[in-house]
Design a protein around this ligand. Structure first.
Ligand code: SPV
Ligand code: MN
Length: 614
């Protein structure tokens, strides 16, 4: 199955464990051919051609652009089919989907038996994090999908050379993916879709799926293995963007990272005009020699949501998506070889090809729902380097110094647009209390309020208590960044209280706070901006008059809602095991402050102007 040329590529690594893994899964999956790829330009071109030969992607009219479709039931991360494998009496938090390790391994190996018959097995080597860095983790990907391989060549750094320098070590992650039987180029056995995470062997198996969040080993599958590794050590792996904030006229770059649940503004924050992007999804954070916090982007590309990317809201991404470059669109609408998506501010054609096949306005899907022209979770895949605002430190092996952390959710009723925590411990509590409405990034109902601590609940593979404890410890041993929380989704009478572009104002205010350039108002939940400072920023940045009324509506402290939220959060943590007492202390203190304010002002909702009188 493997010719001499490919075998030589494996042998060059001097790593018996790599050879054992490749032999083991080729015996099990029974491909007709095995191709080993080193990440050379020749090997990358091989994959660029293979995606078309396999009909996993099709060319679009703009040079370098292609489109890939996933199956009707494979349009997001599948939480139900994703399980962390546990042995004996191992337990995880209630919200984490788990399975018995022995049974699940038996099941998945039986599904994998012969799954690559007649297909080509691709063996690839990557590096999570910059190469030559203390942050880096090598990763081996086995897949029969040229689309997965193509995506990984764009989104991740090559690691063949890293493997050569490992002296045969077993200390790497490995991923085995198989698309399963295909019909019109999409996985057809969606009932047998399985994503099984085996922490014991640092490996993940994924079968009968193609959607990148389920199939691309290096993305959310590797993230789960890294969370496990980090939480058994002294560092963090987080669901965060990383950006350099550079206010106009001030010659400085201040690095921010931010955790937001999927489809809640993470990429668009990292892409705010005038700033620099390092990453938009997954970071490793470690302590530097001086006790400060440093971060690297695990990736070098973006698998971003395309809905609502238009010339007004996301001008840089929009431009990147309509000009020649290597770019994969997924689950968009194609007509006349051109891509269309929801919210692109262009009239969409009445017919075309989309994730449901040949499509016409009004078509009803197999589940009885009307099929939208493009899926809400349709995406684009590009290299960050393709963006004009890519940061100079994107590949810096030392990472960048993190000054600010943001936690943000999709919360229509409770949290103001931006609040600064009192200190690291209060910041951890804020992150641990994040609530957000579900979105189409995962399969299931959207718009349901869900507790999503640090925007990581979908990926957590260690007990919540251990995870929170690791954060508290990390901050105490570090000169920690300042923690803020943002909420872009506050509503009144079902209408958003902010424009999408307002997030730039919150960003610049946070940056100014870090540099001690703005004062703030102390409220029971943290520090909020002063009206005058925001008015000045709106005027300077957008030449816009920001009214006292708008400020008051956005920044009022909704005491009753906040107390109710606290109740929900406390209930969840009380049901968990080994939650650090410090978190309960934070909950109690926040409740005390809120109750005091309720008594003092005798109101359910207190204006920020009331607090500013203190
Ligand atoms: C997310 O859903 O958080 C993503 C895309 O970043 S996925 O690869 O599906 O995880
Ligand atoms: Mn993500």
């Amino acid at each position: 199955m493997m010719d001499e040329k490919n075998r030589a590529k494996l042998d060059k690594l001097n790593n018996q464990y790599v050879i054992d893994i490749v032999e083991r899964y080729s015996k099990l999956c029974k491909p007709s051919k095995i191709t080993v790829l080193t990440g050379s330009e020749e090997d990358k071109n091989y994959i660029r051609e293979l995606v078309f030969k396999n009909k996993e992607e099709a060319r679009l009219s703009t040079p370098g652009h292609s489109v890939h479709f996933d199956g009707y039931y494979d349009q997001g991360r599948d939480k139900e089919k994703t399980k962390v494998l546990l042995s004996g009496d191992e337990r995880l938090s209630k919200s984490i989907n788990t399975g018995d390790r022995d049974k699940c391994l038996e099941e998945i190996f039986s599904l994998m038996d012969g799954i690559m018959k007649g297909r080509e097995m691709l063996v690839m080597f990557f590096c999570l994090g910059p190469t030559g860095s203390r942050f880096a983790i090598p990763a081996l990907q086995i897949t029969d999908s040229a689309y997965v391989a193509h995506s990984e060549n764009i989104i991740y750094r090559q690691g063949y050379e890293e493997f050569k320098h490992m002296n045969g070590s077993k200390d790497f992650f490995h991923f085995v993916h198989a698309s399963g039987e295909l019909e019109n180029s999409v996985s057809r056995n969606h009932e047998n879709k399985r994503i099984y995470i085996d922490l014991k062997e640092n490996r993940v198996f994924s079968v009968n799926t193609q959607y990148a969040g389920n199939s691309v080993g290096l993305k959310k599958l590797a993230m789960r293995l890294a969370i496990n590794k980090a939480n058994h050590s002294d560092w963090l792996c987080e669901h965060m963007f990383l950006m350099g904030v550079e206010p106009e006229g001030k010659k400085r770059t201040t690095y921010f990272c931010g955790a937001f649940p999927s489809a809640c503004g993470k990429t668009s924050t990292a892409m705010i005009p005038g700033q620099k992007i390092v990453g938009d999804d997954i970071l490793y954070l470690r302590r530097g020699a001086d006790g400060k916090m440093f971060a690297v982007n695990v990736e070098q590309g973006i698998f971003g949501i395309i809905q609502d990317v238009n010339p007004i809201d996301d001008p840089l991404i929009y431009h990147t998506l309509v000009t020649p470059r290597e770019l994969i669109f997924s689950n968009i609408l194609v007509a006349d070889n051109n891509p269309y998506w929801l919210g692109m501010e262009k009239t969409l054609p009445e017919a075309g090809i989309n994730y449901a096949g040949h499509w016409k306005t009004g078509n009803i899907g197999p589940d009885g729902n009307e099929i939208l022209p493009a899926h809400k979770n349709a995406r684009y895949t590009i290299k960050i380097q393709e963006l004009p605002n890519a940061d100079v430190n994107l590949h810096n092996p030392d990472g960048v110094l993190v000054s600010v952390i943001i936690y943000g959710g999709r919360d229509p009723h409770t949290s103001p647009p931006v609040v600064q925590s009192f200190d690291w411990q209060h910041g951890v509590f804020i992150g641990a209390s994040l609530e957000s409405e579900t979105t189409s990034a995962t399969i299931g109902q959207a718009g349901v309020r869900k507790h999503d601590p640090m925007a990581i609940i979908d990926f957590l593979v260690v007990p919540l208590g251990a995870y929170i404890n690791n954060h508290l410890k990390f901050g105490s041993a570090t000169k920690p960044p300042i923690v803020f929380t943002t909420n872009y989704f506050l509503k009144e009478n079902d209408k958003y209280l902010n424009e999408k572009t307002d997030k730039k104002i919150w960003l610049l205010w946070m940056e100014g706070r870090f540099h001690n350039e703005y004062g703030a108002i102390k409220t029971p939940i943290g520090f909020i901006p002063k009206f005058e400072d925001l008015r000045g920023l709106f005027k300077a940045v957008f030449k816009k008059e920001y009214s006292r009324e708008a400020y008051e509506r956005q920044f009022s402290i909704k005491i009753t809602n906040l107390l109710e939220k606290l109740e929900r959060i406390e209930t969840i943590y009380k049901e968990e095991h080994d939650i650090p007492q410090e978190l309960f202390d934070q909950i109690h203190q926040q409740r005390e402050r809120l109750l005091k304010a309720k008594e003092k002002y005798a109101k359910e909702v207190v204006s920020p102007f009331e607090f500013s009188k203190n």
